[in-house]
Design a protein around this ligand. Structure first.
Ligand code: AMP
Ligand code: ZN
Length: 116
């Protein structure tokens, strides 16, 4: 699949609409179309990186920004006090459906462990 066929690249470019909650030069965050919790936001680098397995040392600060944005959004969405979960699904066994790196921020309900 080429980058031009990538769903999250198309959302990042504005070609496909999304419920965007945050946008910066390097990142976009939008509400998941099929939320698995009262709050379910995806934090996505605008740069196409297929998965965490494709990330390398030059992506270090980008990955840091993704995690810190999750914490910021948890605070602005008022779930930080009760806690939340951040997830990066990777590859087939990880359950990754969209081949563009993204971090799930889930909250607003009690999470379970182990995950399914
Ligand atoms: P993953 O299984 O980790 O690859 O997660 C992909 C996520 O993208 C799923 O939670 C989907 O519900 C979500 N998703 C798919 N299409 C869209 C879309 N057009 N807008 C927002 N979220 C989407
Ligand atoms: Zn992409």
């Amino acid at each position: 699949m080429s980058v031009t066929d990538c769903l999250f690249c198309s959302i990042a470019s504005g070609e496909i609409p999304a419920d965007v909650v945050h946008e910066s030069e390097r990142l976009i965050a939008f509400r998941d179309i099929s939320p698995q919790a009262p709050l379910h936001v995806l934090i996505v680098p605008k740069q196409h990186i297929a998965s965490l397995d494709a990330a390398r040392a030059p992506h270090q600060s980008l990955l840091g920004d993704m995690v810190l944005l999750a914490a910021d959004l948890a605070r602005t969405e008022s779930i930080a006090g009760h806690g939340y979960r951040t997830v990066i699904n990777t590859g087939v066994d990880g359950g990754q459906a969209v081949s563009h790196l993204h971090l799930h921020l889930l909250g607003g309900r009690q999470m379970e462990w182990p995950p399914g």
